[in-house]
Design a protein around this ligand. Sequence first.
Ligand SMILES: Cc1ncc(COP(=O)(O)O)c(/C=N/[C@@H](CCC(=O)O)C(=O)O)c1O
Length: 431
Amino acid sequence: LVARRAASYTTGRRVVQVHAVTNVSRNPNMGKLKAGYLFPEINRIKNAHLEKKPDAAIISLGIGDTTEPIPAPIIDGMISSVSGLGTPAGYAKYGGYGPGEGQAELREKIASRFYPGGEVSADEIFVSDGSKCDISRLQMLFGPNRNVAVQDPSYPAYVDSSVMNGHATSFDASTKQYGNITYLSCNSNNNFFPNLAHANDSEIIFFCSPNNPTGAAATREQLTDLVAHAKENGSIIIYDAAYASYIENPDCPKSIFEIPGADECAIETCSFSKYAGFTGLRLGWTVVPENLKFADGFSVKADWNRLMNTTFNGASNVAQAGGLACLSDEGWNAMTELVGFYKENASILKRTFEDMGYTTYGGTNAPYVWVSFDGQDSWEVFTEILEKCDIVVTPGSGFGPAGDGFIRASAFGHRDSILEATERLKKAFTK
Ligand SMILES: Cc1ncc(COP(=O)(O)O)c(/C=N/[C@@H](CCC(=O)O)C(=O)O)c1O
């Protein structure tokens, strides 16, 4: 026992004592992950740069994290919630554990505000602490060894949570893909909408529109094809609408449930993060339709409800009060203004790269501009931009192998930072 507890080994003449180990073997799926999660890795590199250049005035066009303060009407809603928690009546109403699926009033409001066509009812809406968290809980819902398809490139949480939850075999360094995950390439040749025939065997299809990182918003026709494909193959779509409010093209639906039949093959997750600056406050929701059934006819919603009530004690009551304030007329207008501010940043960035001679995608229906560097290694471009401009972007290959040759510029920034970044980029990279 002592030998096992205090595993040690000799290197040449020295006996090196290592820390005691446990008896518990590591989850082999965690061992398959090829690197750290993308954004903390980028942050680590940024900090190393600052070590070298302590006076560098770094501008981040990297992680899509909001920068503008939460608008007053929403703050007021939270302040009154907090004050209420300090009174017996207020605490009695909202102080303890709330319903795992979220406060009824908030669920009703989300249904009426985000699904005005009545496509979704309040009891199909499950309030959470954000979409990223729900993506991993959805992985738990389906269990291991699933055939999963993702857009390539796409939000890294889909692939990484799929690897963690046992859907993937090992990482193939030559293809830069995990085995058993289907990468649906999205590029300028297919107008960033994948060939769905490649997903014929996929049980679960992660689909994000507007897509992170390309900024491509799928059209009604494309989403109709996606729903038809899922119904034909018996797949379930996990539709990520985290940026839907940035869509301005009327031909691009804001929800998959605008497509008839989607309630029999899709789950939709969304979030207040990028709409109201709730990235730190943590509030999102996931829609699991009444009509969505597993192969044996069992309700997916029933299992999701059981899972949420077992794994999660509900989104913070203060955050839910904030969400409710977002959906008041004043709050909704304030959110719309905030989204408009970031959209303006995106168009400034898009215009700048275009004027510099670069081909860009996205940036119109999304807060991300996808910039082609003509096949150059995206981590090299990332490093060059950091070294020359003290600007952090996100290397395209971080979103999947089809992202290489691109960088993603995020529009989440103060206006003066965005303008300063454009000046630095023009100076260093104009073709
Ligand atoms: C398609 C998509 N879905 C969900 C999220 C996260 O939503 P929340 O967990 O609600 O804040 C994000 C957040 N993405 C940021 C933050 C990074 C991260 O969440 O890992 C980014 O891509 O820079 C996202 O892009």
